[in-house]
Design a protein around this ligand. Structure first.
Ligand SMILES: [Zn+2]
Length: 164
């Protein structure tokens, strides 16, 4: 049974202090928060959140899951660590990120949305060249700079495509 909640940054921005009290978060969210909404940092500090870094074991499980679904290329480091922390804690992941929701569905992980309705169907993804259609191997690490890379054959940009 899931216990505790791992809160993505959307929850930290949207929820009242009392609602987020005691939630689990990863240290990387602090800089996200400062960047998006500096005023919000004080409220978050008041909420007695549990700032935790996921273990290597949990990161390895999250990596296998995100690689198998093809979601890894679209994940930020913070997203990836939130997923791992949720696995480690046996918690519920609170997120409005469709990619994280998709991963939870496919991985049998409990999740709830911050405010939107959430996904209705599950997807898998592949990283495909926009020029020649070459399909890249799923990356083994989260994508920190939003640049998905270029085709090794023709040099065109790679893009994530939903598999049917
Ligand atoms: Zn190509």
């Amino acid at each position: 049974m899931a216990s505790g909640e791992v809160l993505d940054t959307a929850a930290l921005l949207a929820w009242p202090v009392e609602r987020m009290r005691g939630g689990f978060v990863v240290p990387g969210q602090r800089s996200e928060l400062v960047r998006i909404s500096p005023d919000r940092e004080l409220a978050v500090e008041a909420a007695d959140l549990n700032w935790e870094t996921p273990s290597e074991d949990a990161l390895a499980i999250a990596r296998d899951l995100a690689t198998s679904t093809g979601d890894m290329a679209g994940l930020s480091n913070v997203d990836f660590e939130l997923l791992a922390l949720t696995l480690e804690r046996g918690a519920i992941l609170v997120t409005d990120d469709y990619r994280l929701q998709n991963l939870c569905e496919l991985g049998g992980i409990a999740w709830s949305s911050v405010k939107t309705e959430g996904i209705r169907s599950m997807w898998s993804w592949e990283l495909r060249c926009s020029g020649c259609g070459w399909v890249a191997d799923a990356p083994k690490n989260p994508n920190s700079d939003r640049n998905l890379g270029n085709c090794r054959d023709c040099g065109s940009e790679l893009a994530l495509r939903r598999l049917r």
